[in-house]
Design a protein around this ligand. Structure first.
Ligand SMILES: Cc1cc2nc3c(=O)[nH]c(=O)nc-3n(C[C@H](O)[C@H](O)[C@H](O)COP(=O)(O)OP(=O)(O)OC[C@H]3O[C@@H](n4cnc5c(N)ncnc54)[C@H](O)[C@@H]3O)c2cc1C
Length: 406
């Protein structure tokens, strides 16, 4: 019997592996711990190299999933443990209760009346309502309720307004065991904890944000047709500094290069240049590390009046001095000077680390999954090393091919 391939992680690489495998005739079960597929890409404002919206790339893949009966998927699903051998794995999966069933038409009335807020998850980005949908590209496009934030039937406001019998506040979580022939691990990356870099005052300064937070701020502005404002006082920033290698290439934190951060900051600066021409950006870098088509981002940025590229390390962020904004102490390598300068916001281009998974996998010295694993276990894309979307998609396609080999 040919068992399905189980894919852990429904980001762009897990989705790619799933559709490639299924279109080649294989059975696939895709599991994703969040309540929707798409991973980090679905939360982007835009993505390089072409700076196109995340819908291009994701929507076509959602369509391929919808139309392929060989793919089944679970969201809100996390691996508890994996046992067995190549050709016959058993994977125990915990399924979170969504509290909203498939009758949901995503009309949004539940969120409109919901009085509770989810705790802010990423640093200081504001929390959603307890009844929420993750983003404009959520797939499946259905609301869910965060049980940790919901007041339950004592409130019941969502029950009153839902015309489709979709609210199930007493739904329970469950466990299932899936039998699989191969397991592809596509669990992606998580950001290094910015609070660990004490000299960048991430915890103390509301206007110091990570690049992931900044990406989501831009995405929310695009979605809601709003202006970008800074967290501390809601003012439109005039100057934004980007600090490269925040946590990466640093023996006290992550000794390796996180590969995508230079391209990410150039993308952010170019996006500001076209969408917010009143904002100046300055990128502080050790050296620009771009590969392939991403090199073009540097060429584009070099000619822009509102973008300054400064070769130099930001030593530290100083404690506030009155109304000056966020004060940086910078070493400018080219002019061989040190200076202090104030910015309205600072974006930390953070290092990336592998997302953990409950499986005994071989890792390298930095915790990334090695390509060579016990037979039948196939790690793919950015959980093996930091990489961009285009490399992740290629690696995931190769993993689909590996899973087809019997
Ligand atoms: C701020 C920022 C901006 C970026 N912008 C760009 C860009 O413009 N262009 C570009 O090419 N690259 C960009 N990148 C890199 C890009 O994010 C990665 O290339 C891409 O996300 C890799 O996709 P993935 O599917 O491997 O991982 P992810 O997107 O991280 O997806 C992994 C998925 O697995 C799920 N998962 C994790 N653990 C489990 C588990 N145990 N069980 C079930 N599911 C699990 C996660 O919830 C997630 O949905 C950016 C990176 C950062 C930090």
């Amino acid at each position: 019997m040919n068992l399905p391939t189980l894919i852990i992680g429904g980001g762009i690489s897990g989705i790619t592996a799933a559709v490639e495998l299924a279109e080649a005739g294989g059975q696939v079960v895709l599991i994703e711990k969040e309540n929707y597929l798409g991973g980090n890409v679905s939360r982007f404002n835009n993505y390089f190299p072409k700076l196109c919206p995340p819908a291009c790339g994701l929507e076509i893949n959602y369509q391929r999933i919808r139309s392929n009966p060989r793919i089944s998927f679970y969201t809100g699903a996390e691996v508890k443990n994996i046992y067995g051998v190549d050709g016959d794995f058993r994977v125990k999966i915990h399924l979170k209760a969504r509290l909203i069933n498939n009758n949901c038409t995503s009309c949004g009335k539940c969120a409109e009346v919901c009085p509770e807020e989810r705790p802010a998850k990423l640093g200081r980005t504001t929390g959603e309502k307890a009844a929420y949908i993750n983003n404009g590209l959520a797939f499946p496009m259905k609301y869910c309720i965060d049980p940790d934030a919901c007041a339950g039937e004592a409130c019941g406001k969502c029950l009153e307004v839902c015309d489709y019998d979709a609210i199930q506040l007493d739904a329970l979580s469950a466990e299932v065991v899936i039998q699989a022939g191969k397991v592809i691990v596509a669990t992606g990356w998580i950001l290094y904890d910015a609070a660990k870099i004490e000299n960048y005052r991430y915890r103390e300064e509301p206007d110091v944000v990570t690049n992931q937070e900044f990406e989501r701020m831009l995405a929310a502005c695009t979605r809601e047709h709003k202006k970008l404002t800074r967290p501390s006082d809601g003012k439109v920033p005039a100057r934004i500094a980007f600090i490269q290698c925040a946590g990466s290439r640093d023996m006290n934190h992550l000794p390796y290069c996180s590969a995508v951060c230079c391209s990410v900051s150039l993308k952010h600066a170019l996006t500001l240049e076209t969408e917010y021409p009143e904002i100046d950006s300055e990128i502080f870098y050790i050296d620009m590390r771009l590969s392939g088509r991403n090199e073009k981002l540097l060429k584009q940025a070099e000619g822009k009046e509102r973008i300054t590229l400064t070769k130099g390390k930001v030593g530290r962020i100083l404690p506030p001095d009155g109304e000056k904004g966020v004060l940086l102490e910078v070493e400018d390598i080219i002019s061989e000077t040190k200076r202090q300068d104030a910015y309205d916001m600072v974006v930390l281009a953070m290092g990336l680390t592998p997302a953990p998974v409950a499986a005994e996998l071989k890792v390298n010295e930095y915790g990334f999954y090695l390509p060579d694993q016990p037979s039948g276990m196939i790690p793919t894309a950015s959980c093996k090393r930091p990489m961009d979307v285009s490399s992740s998609v290629k690696d995931a396609t190769a993993s689909a091919l590996k899973a087809m080999r019997r």
